[in-house]
Design a protein around this ligand. Structure first.
Ligand code: G6P
Length: 613
């Protein structure tokens, strides 16, 4: 969701900016733009559509300059258009600004400025900030950094901004509140790179610092990085060495990132287990260091959004089963605004791939204020959510670029499984024998995923039959109920087919009314003590003409007698089934979307990292 890139240094900025925007394309956007200072001029270029449209639109124009900012916009205030695209520029044409986030009091600020004669061109909240900075700079006679700080005093909401001024061709000012911003520091402070995440920076420098809320960085070529709070207090930059696997940022021969990421799963789950899953025990430093705090919790509360919420639903069953501690699973967006009964006896588990989801971050802040202990399950190292937690587990599945989450879901589920097993063992609620059996079986999961992936060709063939559908139903029970929700979400995200997930037995309380010959129903019907009941539900669907696709355990002979299509997954322990049963559903959604000719990696309207409410 909105991407920011900026550069100040000795090289031509334009290729660095465009390359950076392309690395942020996965976040989702609808227009792009950039601004460069060259020979005393501020040149601003914008285009509706893709970064490649921006590139085509600047052919033959002056794109020189060693300082610049660039942006991909995901529309919030105002339609996707050239006028609403960023950068936005001051009235005198000297200052350019890009913004990620939402300025909530923009209407009041705009009215105040309009009363003073300031004119506006776009419908955006962003234009207000640049005009306010200009107004303050002109009327107070202060420098750009001071004007930025003072403008941000008045802004309510979320922002990551980058600002350049044609009168300061060696300088870039950036600031953040609730929206991520990374600063890369080149050799001898001769070059600086800024971006919404570290992926556009990693090829140039490994030295990165992340701004905290209400901090402003004054970045000047040849000078050490200076960070101030918006109240003008000095902050010592916390520079980290990042370790980003650049290979993960390419498609590696696959036609789409999503397919690559589905196929990455055996490898990245092994990475997630490395040093943690031993033959006879699970070692999680977060559990070792905070065992009593976790075991003494009166309850766990999971806060998350989207796919991460589905992983949380599996985590609930795992923790309640193995640790005998109650778990609630909350949508972060609801939890943050509801009356809270949270207190210091509670442990809040925040699950997030990106580590930047605005609602999840706000839910953490609320729980912290109530005294809860915060445990993070995060992919993006050094992200805002990772930094806001007391402890946690990184899932280490590498950057996930496809908007539809795949390997992060299995990574989160694996991390939650290791957490539940190690806590249950420490608690005495999981016997030594069961603990060892489950550890052994967990170690086999990556190989078993490989076996499911071998069916890719047959799942592709099967998917073609279903591109006609307008609706899909996904049904499962127990551990497979969240998998049904996740399968339905994958399909709707990328194929735009309406799909719903339900607990199989709930079918009779509504969804069965929708079943007819046009309605494919996916049953996740792996071996389970309630399998007979699921088979009864299948019969109910079949007798109403519904077309059944069943995910079954290898060797099944019963379900296949009822289902129209079956996809097998290897046998495993019941609590580990989601790690296998979700794989065919990821492939099914992917192939249906490809067969429909859709943009799988960047589906319409969706964003990878949802940094606004
Ligand atoms: C967006 C993404 C989803 C993701 C959700 C939560 O909707 O498109 O794939 O599951 O945000 O994101 P998080 O980064 O917090 O897991």
């Amino acid at each position: 969701m909105c991407g920011i890139v900026g550069y100040v240094g000795r090289s031509e900025a334009f290729p660095i900016l465009i390359g950076g925007l392309k690395k942020l394309e996965y976040r989702g956007y609808d227009s792009a733009g950039c601004a460069l200072v060259h020979d005393g001029s501020l040149n601003v270029y914008k285009a509706k559509g893709k970064v490649s449209d921006l590139e085509s639109s600047v052919e033959g124009k002056d794109t020189h300059g060693t300082v610049g900012i660039a942006h991909t916009r995901w529309a919030t205030h105002g339609v996707p258009s050239v006028i609403n695209a960023h950068p936005h520029v001051s009235l005198d044409g000297e200052i350019a600004l890009v913004h990620n986030g939402i300025i909530e009091n923009y209407a009041v600020l705009k009215e105040n400025l309009q009363k003073k004669g300031v004119e506006f061109m776009s419908e955006t909240d962003t234009e207000i900030i640049v005009k306010l900075i200009e107004y303050i700079k002109t009327h107070r006679g202060c420098d750009l950094a001071t004007a930025v700080r003072m403008a941000l005093h008045q802004a309510i909401g979320a922002y990551a901004i980058a600002v350049i001024d044609k009168n300061a061709p060696d300088e870039l000012i950036v600031a953040r509140k609730s929206s991520p911003l990374a600063i890369g520091i080149g050799k001898d402070n001769e070059e600086f790179y800024i971006a919404s995440d570290a992926s556009p920076i990693a090829e140039y420098t490994k030295q990165v610092t992340y701004l905290n809320d209400e901090e402003v960085a004054i970045i000047k070529r040849g000078q050490p990085l200076k960070i101030l709070t918006i109240l003008n207090q000095d902050v010592e930059p916390n520079v980290q060495t990042i370790d980003l696997n650049l290979g993960m940022l390419s498609k590696g021969g696959f036609p789409h990132f999503m397919l690559k990421e589905i196929f990455d799963q055996p490898t990245v789950l092994r990475d997630c287990m490395r040093g943690r899953l031993m033959p006879d025990r699970i070692v999680l430093s977060a559990v070792e260091n905070h065992k009593q705090r976790l075991l003494n919790a009166r309850r766990f509360i999971v806060v998350s959004c989207g796919t991460s919420w589905h992983a949380g639903m599996i985590g609930k069953q795992l923790i309640e089963t193995f640790c005998d501690i109650p778990v609630e699973v909350e949508y972060a967006s609801e939890f943050r605004y509801r009356h809270s009964t949270v207190d210091k006896r509670d442990v809040v588990i925040a699950i997030s791939q990106s580590g930047e989801t605005a609602d999840t971050l706000a839910a953490i802040e609320k729980a912290k204020a109530c005294g809860a202990f915060i445990f993070g399950i995060v992919n993006a190292v050094g992200s805002s959510i990772a930094r806001a937690t007391d402890t946690g587990i990184y899932i280490h599945v590498g950057p996930e670029i496809g908007v539809a989450s795949t390997k992060a879901f299995t990574g989160q589920t694996l991390a939650l499984t290791m957490l539940a097993l190690s806590l249950g063992h420490a608690n005495g609620t999981l016997s030594e024998e069961n603990y060892r059996t489950l550890i052994g079986e967990l170690g086999c999961i990556p190989d078993k995923i490989d076996a499911v992936l071998k069916q890719n060709d047959s799942i592709r063939e099967l998917s073609r039959i279903f591109t006609y559908a307008h609706n899909f139903l996904y049904l499962g029970r127990g551990y497979n109920f969240p998998v049904a929700l996740e399968g339905a979400l994958k399909l709707k995200e990328i194929s735009y087919i309406h799909a719903e997930g339900y607990p199989a037995a709930e079918m009779k309380h509504g969804p069965i009314a929708l079943v007819d010959r046009e309605m494919p129903v996916v049953f996740i019907a792996t071996h389970h003590k309630l399998l007979n009941k699921i088979m009864s539900n299948m019969m109910e669907v079949k007798s109403r003409g519904g077309r059944i696709i069943a995910i079954v355990t290898e060797g099944d002979t019963d379900v296949r007698k009822i289902a129209d299509e079956v996809i097998e997954v290897p046998n495993t322990e019941n609590c580990l089934v989601p790690l296998l049963s979700v794989i065919p559903l990821q492939l099914l959604a992917y192939h249906v979307a490809v067969a429909k000719g859709l943009n799988v990696d960047q589906p319409r309207n969706l964003a990878k990292s949802v940094t606004v409410e």
